[in-house]
Design a protein around this ligand. Structure first.
Ligand SMILES: O=c1ccn([C@@H]2O[C@H](COP(=O)(O)OP(=O)(O)O[C@H]3OC[C@H](O)[C@H](O)[C@H]3O)[C@@H](O)[C@H]2O)c(=O)[nH]1
Ligand SMILES: [Mn+2]
Length: 371
């Protein structure tokens, strides 16, 4: 069946293909409203903050919960690359998962309703987005041609209609939009009530502010690039975890001819974090990005970089070399990017890796398992 004939998607949960990763420093009570959609899946919960705090997981969910002690024990010195006191700690869950797809969601996000009043199954829509091709080389004005009731419009080159594999599916949010602190401060009461029934491929060469609140990706295609940086405690910046991963993953997707989609599904984001606290955390990013983003926009990776991991190592080197004048932190970040790839390959050995390394991880002490 040609990809543009994929019009619907079995609602049977693909529990062997996807893990759900949740970073939390608060509570997991939100899982109750997601139960119909999440219960079939394995959850990887990354508990941030005080590891002695007991975070209750509602009964009936299959999960592994990792706190900071687990991360330190499992990664050893390489744990230094995982943020503490920042939602970016979630990338530890991406590392230890063994599934093809990841869905990551924040603990203040709830099930939204579509215009017909139907609960939105975000997992199902993300899987549809990821399992149908993207069209980064030529924009289809009727948006995603692989969706029910859509197709390629007149003039769309037939040579491009197969599309490319989709690596990232970026969902959106009703109610509290993902605004930066200055915008939150001047528009504290603004709520997003606009449901746009569209999924579109972000064109090759265009970057975007990737938000991790409602995000899915193909680990096998782009997992190594989904590092959420060194943020939070002990770092000069926070809340740019997903932005860094967005810049890096989009550059690498463009280089490897992989696609990134944004749009449906929506969820309901309920918690507006404190804009004054957020400003303190993210302000350096507001002006650093004015220099970092043009760096990404003008960067070309060598053609020898034919995997996400190889691209990422090269990118870390270039960031260290070209951006270190911004702040000494950039050097630490670039080094942490390399540590991340080392840790990634410990858990996800490349085909030619020595089996002994892979076995070493089997001896790692298991985390707190579900009941
Ligand atoms: O120190 C921390 C702070 C938060 N978390 C967990 O991360 C998730 C997001 O936290 P929060 O809802 O407070 O963030 P927002 O202000 O809504 O903005 C988010 O936008 C999307 C990205 O996730 C971004 O990183 C956030 O800035 C939530 O699950 C918290 O429990 C944490 O683990 N450690
Ligand atoms: Mn939030």
């Amino acid at each position: 069946m040609a990809p543009n004939q994929v019009k619907s998607f079995p609602s049977v949960p693909l529990k062997d293909e996807l893990d759900i990763v949740i970073p939390t420093i608060r509570s997991l009570d939100f899982l109750e409203v997601w139960r119909p959609f999440f219960e079939p899946y394995h959850l990887i919960i990354v508990q941030d903050g005080d590891p002695t705090k007991v975070i209750k997981v509602p009964d009936g969910f299959d999960y592994d919960l990792y706190n900071r002690n687990d991360i330190n024990r499992i990664l050893g010195p390489k744990a230094s690359c995982i943020s503490f006191k920042d939602g970016g700690c979630r990338c530890f869950g991406f590392l230890v998962s063994k599934k093809k797809y990841i869905y990551t969601v924040d603990d203040d996000c709830f099930v939204a309703k579509d215009p017909n009043g139907k609960d939105i199954n975000t997992v199902e829509q993300h899987l549809l987005n990821l399992k149908t091709p993207s069209t980064p080389f030529f924009f289809n004005t009727l948006y995603d041609p692989y969706r029910e009731g859509a197709d390629f419009v007149r003039g769309y080159p037939f040579s491009l209609r197969e599309g490319v594999p989709t690596a990232v599916s970026h969902g959106l949010w009703l109610n509290i939009p993902d605004y930066d602190a200055p915008t939150q401060l001047v528009k504290p009461l603004e709520r997003n009530t606009r449901y746009v029934d569209a999924v579109m491929t972000i064109p090759k060469g265009a970057f975007y502010p990737m938000c991790a609140m409602n995000l899915a990706f193909d680990r096998e295609l782009i997992g190594p690039a989904m590092y959420f940086g060194l943020m939070g405690d002990g770092q000069p910046i926070s809340r740019y975890d997903d932005m860094l991963a967005g810049w890096c993953s989009k550059l690498i997707c463009d280089h490897l001819n992989l696609g990134v989609k944004t749009g449906l599904p929506y969820l309901w984001h309920s918690k507006a974090s404190n804009p004054f606290v957020n400003l303190k955390k993210e302000y350096k990013g507001l002006f650093w990005q004015e220099e970092i983003i043009p760096f990404f926009q003008t960067l070309t990776l060598p053609k020898e970089c034919d995997t996400a991991a190889k691209c990422y190592v090269e990118l870390a080197k270039l960031i260290k070399e070209k951006l270190n004048h911004i702040d000494p932190y950039i050097v630490r970040l670039a080094d942490a990017m390399i540590t991340w790839i080392d840790a990634w390959e410990d858990f996800n050995p490349p085909a030619e890796a020595v089996p002994a390394v892979a076995n070493a991880k089997k001896d790692a002490v298991p985390p707190k398992k579900s009941k």
